[in-house]
Design a protein around this ligand. Structure first.
Ligand code: GLN
Length: 545
């Protein structure tokens, strides 16, 4: 299908990384969507990994999973949380994937003996990937965020592809360049030189930015904007200030105030349609900023030093907190630092406990100890993926009396392999995409916490794991108070476990955090926080009396 009606927006970054291109892209997309346009966002990542699935979270933060099973950059999580629409495999492309495709074609003889080169073959493949989303015919606007910083060697083919697209008469596109305007406290001045250089560097690659978004910690006065516009060949109204925000969810409002959406529509020759309808978003922000209480959730994981490793969980807690008029204070607890001797001290004062997903042995005993503490002290508990598996192991060891219970991920010949490898996974040795990935159905039993939360029997949730609950032990678990309340209808795999004699104890094999959005907070997180609030209030009454 032709994509001639689809408009393209490229978002590049200059001066430094970590300026928040993902948030700016998502905020712009939100405003355009709120004006009635259908919008999607794509991320191009200039690294050689085929996807971020094999990357250590320390390197690149969380690996986000789409419904169609793609392991992607964490920015896609922001896109879904802001837009409340699903992304897919096509929304994240890496240099590794581009090269893999081109090299495979070369091996098949598709280039008919031609020399295969960065230009045109790699750039053609980049352009094809960009237009793939437009060609679905589903979107009026495709926003493509280019990872990295202009001037990086690895970004060059992407910038070249943008240059070619800007000159393609069939394509209507603009470039938004995000830079930093630092404030020098010694001279009390905002400095625009890094921005000027960064725009020049883009120009050297043949690309003129159409809109500049200036990240700043101080308000940018009119004369500074004028100067930037003059030096950078950009119309004055297209120089946008992006000040620090209290929360990332305020950025769409700040961008609306700066009229970023209006400027973009003008540049793309698109009608304004209507003013953005973001009342619901504002209502969420209002609840977020004016909580009635605060609750403390302990997040037990092993990548605690880098909070981006658990970003979707953090955001899902924030969404659920706002829904419950509660500020969620997350206490990041390193699983390697928990043991039987210090657990009571480390976890004192927590209102809820969340044991995070993960891979490998490091920190797993700490996670199991944290589960035991939450279970025996009746603290609301949510275990996700490895967190659920830890709950299953803990229950076997301490309730069923199976001291040798473990997951075969850590102990291949465990006495009681309560978590084990699915048969079909056993033969796989290639590390990329070998997991149970993406959305699968789950049937929820009546009279369960999960059923109450979702309000329906059949759900779909996203997965990313190799190991499973071992059904050989199911009867024994159920007879002793841990119920399997969610089952995959096709394979019979246990997807949800709950403990009956506990205020709120749920373990899920899937990742509910991936599908929590601002306008649709995830029901399990909402109910988890509701239970935390309820228990907290009970405790307060007991203390008073
Ligand atoms: N390592 C576990 C498995 O592969 C859990 C994975 C996860 O927590 N995402 O089954």
């Amino acid at each position: 299908m032709a994509d001639s009606k689809t408009k393209y927006i490229f978002v590049t970054g200059g001066v430094t990384s970590s300026l928040g291109k993902g948030i700016i892209s998502a905020s712009l997309a939100k405003l355009l969507q709120a004006r009635g346009y259908s919008v999607t966002i794509q991320k191009l990542d200039p690294y050689i990994n085929v996807d971020p699935g094999t990357l250590n979270p320390y390197e690149h933060g969380e690996c986000y999973v789409t419904e169609d099973g793609a392991e992607t950059d964490l920015d896609l999580g922001h896109y879904e949380r802001y837009l409340d629409t699903k992304t897919s495999q096509a929304n994240n492309v890496t240099t590794g994937r581009i090269y893999q495709h081109v090299i495979n074609k070369e091996r098949e003889g598709a280039y008919l003996g031609k020399t295969v080169q960065v230009i045109p073959h790699i750039t053609d493949e980049i352009k094809r990937r960009v237009r793939l989303l437009g060609r679905t015919g589903k979107y009026d606007i495709v926003i493509t965020e280019i990872g990295g910083t202009v001037g990086d060697i690895e970004s060059l083919p992407y910038i070249e592809a943008v240059r070619q697209l800007k000159w393609d008469p069939e394509i209507d596109c603009i470039v938004i360049h995000l830079t930093l305007v630092p404030f020098l406290s010694t001279s009390g001045e905002l400095k625009t030189k890094p921005t000027q250089h960064s725009v020049k560097m883009l120009q050297e690659s043949g690309v003129q930015a159409d809109v500049l978004v200036l990240r700043t910690e101080q308000p940018i006065p009119a004369d500074v904007r004028k100067k930037v516009a003059l030096f950078c060949n950009i119309s004055e109204e297209a120089v946008i200030e992006s000040a620090n925000a209290e929360t990332i969810y305020e950025v769409p409002i700040l961008m609306q105030h700066e009229e970023l959406d209006q400027v973009v529509l003008n540049k793309l020759n698109l009608p304004s349609k209507q003013e953005p309808d973001i009342e619901e978003w504002k209502a969420f922000l209002d609840r977020l900023k004016n909580p009635k209480r605060e609750v403390r959730i302990g997040l037990i994981g092993k990548y605690i030093e880098l909070k981006d490793s658990y970003i979707s969980i953090h955001e899902a807690l924030i969404h659920a907190g706002a829904k419950n008029d509660s500020a969620v204070e997350v206490e990041w607890i390193h699983s390697e630092q928990i043991n039987a001797d210090n657990v009571a001290e480390r976890m004192a004062g927590l209102d809820g406990v969340l044991v995070a997903p993960g891979f490998g042995e490091r920190g797993i005993e700490g996670k199991i100890t944290a589960v035991e503490y939450a279970r025996t002290n009746k603290i609301p508990f949510l275990g996700i993926c490895l967190g659920m598996q830890c709950a299953v192991i803990e229950f076997a060891r301490n309730v069923l009396g199976k001291k040798g219970a473990h997951t075969t991920e850590i102990k291949e010949h465990a006495e009681d392999p309560v978590i084990f490898l699915m048969e079909e996974q056993k033969a796989i040795t290639n590390m990329g995409g070998t997991m149970r990935l993406g959305a699968y159905e789950c049937k929820i039993k009546d009279d369960s916490i999960a059923r109450n939360a979702y309000g329906k029997e059949l759900i779909t949730e996203r997965h990313r794991h190799r190991f499973e609950f071992n059904n050989k032990y199911l009867e024994e678990y159920e007879a002793n108070g841990m119920r399997a309340t969610g089952i995959n209808p096709e394979g019979g795999m246990v997807e949800i476990v709950e403990i009956e004699d506990h205020p709120w104890f749920v373990g899920v094999q899937f990742h509910p955090e991936y599908s929590s959005t601002v306008l649709n907070p995830h029901p399990l997180f909402v109910e988890f926080i509701a239970a935390v609030v309820k228990e907290n209030q009970k405790e307060a009454v007991v203390k008073e009396s």
